[in-house]
Design a protein around this ligand. Sequence first.
Ligand SMILES: Cc1cc2nc3c(=O)[nH]c(=O)nc-3n(C[C@H](O)[C@H](O)[C@H](O)COP(=O)(O)OP(=O)(O)OC[C@H]3O[C@@H](n4cnc5c(N)ncnc54)[C@H](O)[C@@H]3O)c2cc1C
Length: 377
Amino acid sequence: MYDFVVVGCGPPGARFARRAAEEGHDVLVFEKGEIGEPLACSGHVSTDIWDFTGPDARQELLQNEIRGARFHVDEPQRTAKSTDERAREAGRQLDHAEPFYRDETISNVIDRVGLDRHLADLARDAGADVRDHHTVTEIEEHEDRATVTASTPRDTITVEGKMVAGCDGPRSRVRDALGLDEPDELLHGVLGFDPAPDPGDYVDVHLTAPRFFAWRIPRGDAGVEYGLAAPPGDGVQQLFEQLRSDYGVDLDRTCSGAIPIGPPERVTTRRGFLIGDAAAQTKPFTGGGILYSMTAADHAARTIDPDWPPTLQAYEHAWREDLSREIQLGHLLRRAYSLPEPIQRAGLRTLSGEIGVHMDRPTSLFSREQLGALLSR
Ligand SMILES: Cc1cc2nc3c(=O)[nH]c(=O)nc-3n(C[C@H](O)[C@H](O)[C@H](O)COP(=O)(O)OP(=O)(O)OC[C@H]3O[C@@H](n4cnc5c(N)ncnc54)[C@H](O)[C@@H]3O)c2cc1C
């Protein structure tokens, strides 16, 4: 019997597997496809990412360095205008954007497929048995173990683990099988790529999508990414097409995915637990989950003893203690996306300029560094 059977080898699955194997546990990971594919993520992360990777990762995975964001608030009548007028207007809006910046790199744009492969390699190096092309189809939880069934292109296997870790993303099968609650909300995110290189160091954020936003990310030699996320059913694809035409670009690839916003009250049972998007461990104001999910994975590996189920409570406590306040404040920040446009404009004008905020830690809005930056204007 394995100590842990991990379902899904995204950032939290691979990170947990690596850390648990380093603790001396016997770890098996099932990943349904190729590691890292299909891509449905911008890979825009704080520089803390390099604390979770091996020594050569930065050189291999870094695409661009970002030191600021320009926030745009569109005119509401924009949708009634022709494509040409909208394109001209989009150009003007860039001039009227409110910039938030630092004199140093704030965040990195990375190769997300490469990140997943790198993290899976680290898990393997630590001794975890990582098997791709294994789709988990059934999970059964018992008093003293969990059984997990996975299908490969050739056969079906069933294994036993003292614990099962659900790291299988926003539409988690493990979550359903364990009877845990779904996240409060699943946003629909769409991405598209223009191959023209752009080494710019600002991302553009458009507060145009209902209850969320659209974005443009320069990815260095890897081109430019355009994206948009919003609650499903709010015409996400049409809004994305409008963003594309506002910028007047042709996109050679598009993809989409779900962004869970939550988290639910409980992410553990007797023999199972969730990490990452399955547990909605994301930032409600950006949808970003790579860093939070790996932070939670570290808490899980540190606290959970597969021979002693009560330690699952220690995991619930530890990750919430670390991230709950940030997530709560993130929910509050997100409310600003739905404020009336004049208030958004006034707020952005007041707060824009040099910032001292950490992108994963909204509580740093109240830090000495940020207050200093505000007072020095
Ligand atoms: C459009 C979009 C843009 C985003 N941009 C960013 C960003 O810029 N920065 C950021 O930090 N976050 C971003 N995110 C969020 C980020 O992608 C997730 O928070 C992060 O990937 C969480 O990882 P995860 O492993 O929990 O989920 P996933 O990345 O979804 O990985 C789950 C893994 O489980 C596997 N799996 C699923 N079901 C099974 C099964 N039955 N059997 C075996 N394997 C299975 C999947 O194949 C997958 O590999 C974005 C998300 C979207 C949708």
